[in-house]
Design a protein around this ligand. Structure first.
Ligand code: EPZ
Length: 419
């Protein structure tokens, strides 16, 4: 069966309001963390994304019961029958590596294959493994399979990360929660999704503090209990729809977002000349006039400008007046949207960590290919402002992070359909 694709008729203003769904990068580690509860957990505001369905498949393969009703998922993690995740389940999504810490924390044993590398370049897990080894895990790697085990109880450790890796911070937190010692993670990631994961674990009886700062402390506890938890809104999805309003000179009210998670992203849209008004749980953006270029946009670990928003902002800057420069400091290979945007008439030179974008007066619709999740979203955003029809194939990438992107955009005036 040939993969479906998106067809976008450009040239229409985006106007109206969109409710932003729960955060993919929070719900994935939270679903893994339910394993540690040894009980029943109810997670609200779960987005309907392929990565969420993959996580539920992994939980079921481990012996959990997993039931989804709308945006609520109920997981019964009382009986775990296995500590191994099959290769094909591991390959379904890159972030399945976060199950390592959760299974290890619950069963003291875990066996899984290295996660599928992904489109952003090799996704090493050396920092994850070094941290888990400091916690006392024995980890054997052969033929792409990781075999991990804890000898006795986790006695805690003082771990300094060489870089604030989001996944490594999560894996160490998950492995350290059940134990008898105190674990300190220094130079830890500070992303809001880390704070959300700690919030869920503390709701289950964990004793985690410092989340959101560069030093997270986990006091080991003997057991956790189930809990009911609502996942935070997705700040990257919110930024993507802000990009849709910005590039079409439209206006949008984004509901159910947390502006306090988005200061550096809001600042980039303001530097382009958009008007952004943050409220308690929503953000209003309007971009009536022509956008202006930004001298330098640098991606940084949180609270800096997020790498996940970089392809989206690149797409918007293709039509901004003047020359913009983007420096991608987090991933080696994250300018893959550039080649596809050039097919639409964008003027982008990308080399190594730097991309230079000359604003052009118009983009023209073209047949394009999504190469990864956020690059795919960037092509949709550009298609909204291109003259004529843009098609985007490989949209399974987009479905990993956006709940029916075409329904959301159609509800605010876009002419877009999936076929
Ligand atoms: C998380 O990936 C997110 N994924 C990514 O979102 C996001 O781009 C990234 O954090 C940065 O914010 C999920 O949360 C599921 P890292 P993660 O470990 O944990 C290097 C999206 O579009 N590194 O913070 O993999 C790594 O290669 C996705 O939603 C090592 O060298 O990111 C990268 O260059 C894409 N060794 C940098 O650190 C390691 O052991 C940051 O990676 C781990 C990471």
């Amino acid at each position: 069966m040939t993969e479906s694709r998106l067809y976008i008729e450009g040239g229409r203003k985006i106007q109206g309001e969109i409710s932003v769904h729960g955060a993919k990068n929070s719900v994935l580690p939270v679903l893994a963390a339910t394993l540690l509860s040894g009980s029943v957990c109810v997670i609200h505001n779960c987005p309907a994304l392929s990565d969420v369905f993959s996580s539920c498949r992994i939980l079921r393969s481990l012996g959990c019961k997993c039931r989804r009703e709308g945006s609520t998922v109920e997981i019964d993690a009382k009986t775990i029958s296995d500590y191994e995740i099959s290769e094909n389940l591991m390959r379904e999504m890159r972030s399945s590596i976060v199950f390592l810490g959760a299974i290890l924390g619950r069963l003291r044993r875990c066996r899984l294959s290295f996660p599928g590398g992904c489109e952003l370049g090799p996704r090493p897990i050396d920092i994850h493994l070094a941290g888990l080894r400091k916690l006392g895990a024995k980890i054997y790697e052969d033929h792409g399979v990781l075999d991990c085990s804890f000898g006795g109880t986790v006695l805690g450790a003082d771990i300094t990360l060489p870089l604030p890796s989001v996944g490594a911070t999560e894996n160490i937190m998950l492995a350290a929660v059940l134990g008898s010692g105190e674990t300190v993670i220094r130079n830890s990631a500070r992303e809001p999704e880390i704070v959300d994961l700690a919030g869920f674990l503390n709701a289950c009886g964990a004793e985690i503090s410092g989340q959101g700062s560069s030093t997270v402390t986990i006091k080991g506890v003997s057991s956790l209990h189930g809990s009911e938890y609502t996942v935070m809104p997705d700040r990257i999805v919110a930024a993507t729809y802000m990009g849709a309003a910005a590039i079409t000179g439209g206006e949008l009210m984004l509901k159910g977002v947390r502006p306090s998670d988005m200061y550096s992203t809001v600042s980039v849209f303001e530097q382009m000349g958009a008007n952004v008004y943050p409220y308690a749980d929503r953000i209003y953006i309007s971009a009536k006039k022509h956008l202006s270029a930004i001298k330098t946009v640098r991606t940084m670990p949180y609270p800096g400008f997020p790498t996940d928003c970089q392809p989206i902002v690149m797409a918007v800057l293709t039509k901004a007046r003047g020359t913009s420069m983007i420096v991608e400091n987090i991933f080696e290979n994250r300018f893959r949207a550039a080649a596809e945007l050039r097919r639409m008439g964008a003027d982008i030179k990308a080399e190594g960590k730097v991309a230079v974008i000359e604003g052009v007066p118009r983009l023209s619709g073209a047949a394009t290919v999504a190469t990864d999740l956020r690059a795919g979203a960037a092509l949709v955003i550009a298609g909204l402002a291109a003259e004529g029809t843009t098609t985007v194939t490989n949209i399974h990438y987009i479905d990993r992070g956006y709940e029916s992107i075409e329904t959301a955009l159609r509800s605010v005036g876009a002419k877009i359909r999936r076929a």
